[in-house]
Write a protein that binds this ligand. Structure first.
Ligand SMILES: [Fe+2]
Length: 279
């Protein structure tokens, strides 16, 4: 059986040359899983996948969260959700008890090369942190909030403009990835509010210092969307974000999530209306 043809994307990820609609041999599936474990982010070009096919592919890599109807990310409110504004780097559901394990997006209808998704890695960054900084993060926890505004990069973190009972979750800043066993850094620009137990200025200084390493543009991957692209990534090992989408640009991406709990399951019931109004 032929080996899977792929090449590394820098600074992380793999571009795989494979028709995902064809039946894979068990050896190929096993090789694909191994590439995913190693590289964490997979890009396949030129695919044409129905929603059921995308669900099936997701199940090769984790526990798929089946939703009643396909979830579409689109700047066109008649088509899907999340609008056109910039989205700060985040991991989906970092603001809840059980963040998603992985996410896949399939470009159904896009203007080629006119929009991007950005990624940074939360594992490799730990090797770039000076040892004293990494030691300082050890044992600390951070509070992550559900989005308080559509564009969280426009909000000042820890500014006290959020009610005390705003929903969120606390996670260790450093912890072991539940699937891969590697250490990851769990602070992000979109949801992290503060380091628990530190004075506001100290928390903010520490977060900004860490972000200088995490969001260093030299260690980002910017994926330019083309029709037919299929991208699947580990939601704990990577954070994703995007610049604003220009008016009139088509960008309809079919989304399948993997994990144990969907957004709708994790969201406090009395918060749903607020959340829908924000996004
Ligand atoms: Fe997201």
């Amino acid at each position: 059986m032929s080996r899977i043809s792929w090449k590394a994307i820098e600074p992380f990820g793999a571009a795989i040359d494979l028709d995902l609609s064809a039946r894979l041999a068990p050896e190929q599936l096993s090789e694909l899983r191994s590439i995913y474990r190693d590289r964490g982010l997979l890009v396949f070009e030129g695919q044409s996948l129905s929603y059921p096919a995308q669900l099936e592919i997701g199940a090769w890599f984790g526990r798929v969260i089946a939703e009643k109807s396909p979830s579409i990310v689109s700047p066109d409110p008649k088509v899907g959700s999340l609008g056109h504004k910039e989205l700060a780097f985040h991991s989906d559901l970092a603001c809840a008890a059980e963040p998603l394990e992985a996410i896949s997006l399939h470009a159904l209808d896009v203007d080629d090369g006119q929009s991007e998704t950005w990624f940074v890695e939360t594992m490799a960054v730990l090797d770039r942190l000076p040892a004293p900084l990494r030691r300082r993060l050890n044992g600390l926890s951070a509070l992550h909030l559900w989005p308080t505004v559509a564009n969280s990069s426009a909000r000042k973190r820890g500014s006290g403009d959020v009610p005390d009972d705003w929903p969120g979750a606390t996670h260790p800043v450093l912890f072991t990835h539940p699937q891969t066993g590697g250490d990851i850094l769990f602070l992000n620009a979109g949801q992290t509010e503060r380091i628990v137990g530190l004075a506001p200025d100290e928390s903010e200084d520490l977060i900004e210092t860490v972000f200088g390493y995490l969001y260093d543009p030299r260690f980002r991957y910017a994926h330019p969307w083309k029709a037919g692209d299929f991208v699947l990534w580990d939601n704990m090992r990577f954070q994703h974000g995007r610049p604003a989408i220009r008016a009139g640009v088509r960008r309809n991406l079919q989304r399948v999530a993997m994990g144990s709990r969907a957004y709708v399951d994790e969201m406090p019931p009395d918060f749903r209306a607020t959340y829908a109004a924000i996004l």
